[in-house]
Design a protein around this ligand. Structure first.
Ligand SMILES: [Zn+2]
Length: 373
């Protein structure tokens, strides 16, 4: 069976829950922003070579993330933040992403004198501009913001409070990111409790570079609604050759409670968490009916749009559009907007989008009825 092509996947409605604003800049924009400072020490002066530098393998997730330091340094004023956010919304719309939650760490953008509120305002304005520009081309997308606190910093409670205060202005939740080893989620338990007590939403990076204890703390101590990454949950699953699997208590809890897992397969391979896409547990977790979602993480570092990410999975695991619809509906169900809004997008945008594509192809190979919803 021929794998679904990139163009078909691009036309299908998609949902993205784990994507960092800073990690998704266009290479050309990075160069533009660096131009007034004579290139700002970037290692290449043309977009293709710069993209290749960002995309080269790195030994650890932390080292890879540090590659974005020069990008962060360029995003210290409202104009560049607004431009980055506008282009993010336009790029996601062009890729057929109908709903996205993009992560922003406000504290990383205050070196030039902006307050955290000004940082968030500039990015929200950019998302608004980007959505409006996309609409001019007949593309619709809805991009919301997650405010991220860095694990190694001490201001997570302030960031959590900022997220809560912006809940009616486009911010839909709180996130914690940064190095896992040495910085367990419980260091930030006050921030997480603040979010929960405000009846607000929480996703924590856990189970990427570090193992099950990080996931356990994120879920059972911090009350995370979703797991950012979470791929290491596979360490709590004993999978046999015949396809059967025995789940440990933590893995069973996550599956039984339908806790969404924000998997970022290409990112996991590029950071060395997994040796190859073929070795990635995304397919086993899908077959075991975890609430799997597929995400891009850092589009600039991983040279991937969501369509490309999904195309790689289709090529590796033989997925049909039915499987992609399952991932998409999973992600939409797991979004931090209201249930009525999620349902409207599923019923009025996602399902009709897949039905349109099905009609276009009318091919038995396109949909396999035995695939799960
Ligand atoms: Zn991430």
């Amino acid at each position: 069976m021929t794998p679904l092509g990139h163009e078909t996947i691009r036309r299908l409605p998609k949902v993205l829950l784990h994507d960092h604003l800073v990690g998704g800049l266009r290479a050309g924009t990075v160069l533009d922003l660096a131009a007034p400072a004579g290139g700002a020490g970037l290692p290449a002066a043309d977009p293709d070579r710069l993209r290749a530098w960002f995309g080269a393998p790195a030994p650890t997730p932390e080292e890879r993330a540090r590659r974005l330091d020069p990008v962060v340094a360029l995003l210290q004023d409202t104009a560049s933040l607004t431009r980055a956010a506008a282009e993010c919304a336009q790029d996601l719309a062009a890729d057929g992403v109908v709903y996205a939650e993009v992560k922003l760490a406000p504290e990383q953008h205050t070196e030039g004198g902006l307050t955290r509120e000004q940082v968030v305002d500039a990015v929200l304005e950019g998302l608004r501009v980007g959505r409006a520009k996309a609409r001019l081309f007949g593309l619709r997308t809805d991009v919301r913001l997650l405010l991220t606190a860095m694990r190694q910093a001490a201001d997570s409670l302030e960031i959590a409070d900022l997220a809560v205060r912006y809940r009616h202005r486009g911010v839909v939740g709180f996130d914690i990111a940064g190095p896992e080893a040495g910085y367990p989620p419980t260091r930030h338990i006050s921030a997480c409790e603040h979010v929960k007590r405000a009846n607000f939403h929480l996703t924590l990076h856990a189970g990427e570079g570090f193992g099950l204890s990080s996931i356990w703390e994120a879920i059972q101590w911090c009350g995370a609604d979703r797991l950012g990454q979470g791929v290491r949950i596979f360490d709590d699953i004993a999978a046999a050759e015949d396809g059967s699997a025995k789940l440990g208590e933590l893995a069973a809890y996550i599956r039984d409670k339908r806790i969404p897992v924000e998997l970022c397969p290409t990112s996991n391979v590029n950071t060395g968490v997994l040796p190859s896409l073929a070795a990635h547990p995304v397919d086993t977790l899908r077959r075991l009916r975890f609430r799997v979602t597929v995400n891009t993480d850092n589009r600039l570092l991983d040279s991937a749009t969501l369509s490309e990410e999904l195309a790689r999975l289709c090529a590796e695991f033989g997925y049909t559009a039915e499987t992609l619809r399952w991932f998409t509906v999973n992600a939409m169900k797991s979004a931090f907007i209201g249930h009525d809004e999620r349902l409207a997008l599923i019923e009025q945008v996602i399902k009709p989008g897949y039905a349109d594509e099905r009609a276009r192809w009318a091919s038995a190979a396109f949909f396999r009825q035995e695939d799960p919803w």
